[in-house]
Write a protein that binds this ligand. Structure first.
Ligand code: BGC
Length: 385
């Protein structure tokens, strides 16, 4: 080779080694999706765990059991990844005692009073699993079934398509229901959850996702310093059994007001039992709109939630009581207080239709008829400041 070409060749090599192929800040070069066996259910069904990683190194593990998001690692303001969802190490722990950590919830998120509703003149009786009421789909809801799974990938995202066919009469609901939920992790640092369902008989439906978040990292204590903003001027008050009274009440200027960023803990002591309320979103035309924004001051992590749904349940982890011993691996950067999850150690923001809608004529309809398609899209967008 002529001597004059040597510097050019060297430059090309240097560019290739240190330029094009340079690992990103988070140590990952490419998006990936990996599958591993994760055990068996009590009735012998195989459960798999899929690990989705985007081009920036954000990572989530999703189980075929309950469509559960077991881990979700996102960067803090210094670029350190931390696992920001509550969860367990093993499948058995999820099977034994899971307060819906990370789960897909169906057929109906939240409560239906006395587990009864009437549709087209027929009264249906659902499984009751929360005192006299039906909660989150009943005794064996969608959080406890094994979903079919198919990995997906395009230029800008990795995904997992989950499918489940719920039979006519399951947990008391009418109609065979074909459900598809797609989790997508994009290179814009979003976790999207997209739902579709079709039925062969008129039924009711309200699917949601039930991650418990702690943006400082799971196991770093309570979430009371997180600043929450909800694009909701109104909420639906509840009775002692957490069933909506039917009223739609203004939140502004009350203990329930999160129209401006407010630390979750600032008024929680005055809210009996803590927050466990359905907020009525200001945008209700079914288009994708900002529903919530949460900022955690120590880590700088921000989570924004966009949804097509008319409401969001804000639950401040009131029933966590130390009986759930979480994942032993811990997040990076903040002192681990311990992964025994106590009261208010995580919060949920469940995009949904209003609780008990099948019994409340003034609430938006949750009826799905044959020939129609149920759709719901929720996007969790992560950043740091
Ligand atoms: C409900 C709570 C319930 C929790 C765990 C939330 O969606 O609003 O009342 O305790 O889920 O089941």
């Amino acid at each position: 080779m002529r001597a004059k070409y040597v510097p050019i060749l060297l430059a090309v090599i240097v560019l290739f080694v240190f330029g094009c192929d340079k690992p990103t800040k988070y140590g990952e070069k490419k998006m990936s999706i990996k599958k591993q066996a994760f055990g068996k259910t009590v009735d012998g069904k195989d459960v798999d765990l899929y690990t989705l990683t985007n081009a920036n190194g954000l990572k989530t593990e999703i189980m075929t059991y309950g469509g559960i998001v077991r881990t979700l690692e996102v960067p803090d303001r210094d670029g350190n990844l931390g696992d920001i969802v509550l969860g367990y190490d093993s499948l058995d722990e999820y099977i034994e005692n899971n307060p819906y950590f990370g789960a897909l919830v169906g057929r109906y998120g939240n409560r239906i009073a006395k587990g009864k509703f009437t549709l087209d003149g027929v009264e249906y009786t659902l499984a009751t699993n929360n005192g006299p009421n039906h909660l989150h789909g009943g005794v064996k809801g969608f959080d406890k079934v094994v979903w079919g799974a198919e990995p997906m990938e395009d230029e800008t995202s990795v995904g997992l398509k989950l499918t489940y066919r719920s039979y006519d009469g399951e947990e008391g609901y009418p109609g065979n229901l074909k459900c598809t939920v797609i989790y997508t992790l994009t290179n814009d640092n979003e976790l999207k959850v997209s739902y579709e369902a079709e039925t062969d008989k008129a039924t009711v439906i309200n699917l949601t996702h039930h991650s418990y978040f702690n943006l400082a990292g799971h196991g770093s204590g309570d979430i009371l310093a997180h600043e929450l903003m909800l694009t909701a001027d109104n909420f639906t008050p509840v009775d002692e059994g957490l069933i909506p009274t039917g009223e739609i009440k203004a939140a502004r200027g009350t203990l329930m007001d999160f129209t401006r960023p407010t630390p979750i803990g600032s008024r929680i002591a005055q809210v009996k039992g803590g927050y466990d309320h359905n907020y009525v979103l200001n945008s209700s035309d079914g288009s994708l709109a900002l529903a919530a924004s949460v900022y955690e001051p120590r880590s700088g992590r921000v989570m924004e939630i966009f949804t097509t749904e008319p409401a969001i349940q804000f639950y401040s982890g009131n029933f966590l009581d130390g009986s759930n011993k979480g994942k032993v691996e811990h997040h990076v950067g903040y002192p681990t207080v311990g992964t025994v999850y106590n009261k208010h150690n995580g919060f949920c923001l469940e995009t949904q239709h209003f609780p008990d809608s099948p019994n409340k004529a003034n609430f938006p309809s949750v009826v799905l008829k044959p020939g129609e398609k149920y759709t719901h899209l929720t996007v969790h967008k992560f950043s740091a400041k």
